[in-house]
Design a protein around this ligand. Structure first.
Ligand SMILES: [Zn+2]
Length: 109
């Protein structure tokens, strides 16, 4: 029977508790941009130009392909929050893995 690694176990429990409070998690990036259209007489071609937008695009990889979805500003704020949550969760998981490896070092001969 291997000894319990309580010193790491408690820290791991605290980290996992943080994850449980994180909410929705998604991958990707949100990009805000404005653009010119193809109509030469449009305000977006005047001086100074009044560009169309802003637009919000959420880009992520799905089955090896880049997928882009157009969002409203309101949606973009939420999606950015969920992306931020995912990054935090990934950081926490990395910490749990480091602690787990440290625990392994203790049970290793
Ligand atoms: Zn235009």
């Amino acid at each position: 029977m291997l000894p319990e690694k309580d010193e790491f176990r408690q820290e791991v429990s605290e980290l996992l508790r943080e994850i449980s409070n994180m909410g929705f998690l998604i991958h990707g990036t949100v990009r805000k941009h404005s653009m010119r259209c193809g109509h030469p007489g449009c305000k977006c071609h005047s001086d100074p130009p009044q560009l169309h937008g802003p637009y919000y695009d959420w880009t992520r990889r799905v089955d090896g392909k880049t997928k882009t979805v157009r969002l409203t500003e309101e949606q973009a704020l939420l999606v950015e929050k969920w992306i931020c949550n995912m990054r935090k969760v990934e950081e926490i998981i990395n910490k749990v893995e480091k602690l787990s490896l440290a625990a392994f070092e203790k049970i290793k001969k």
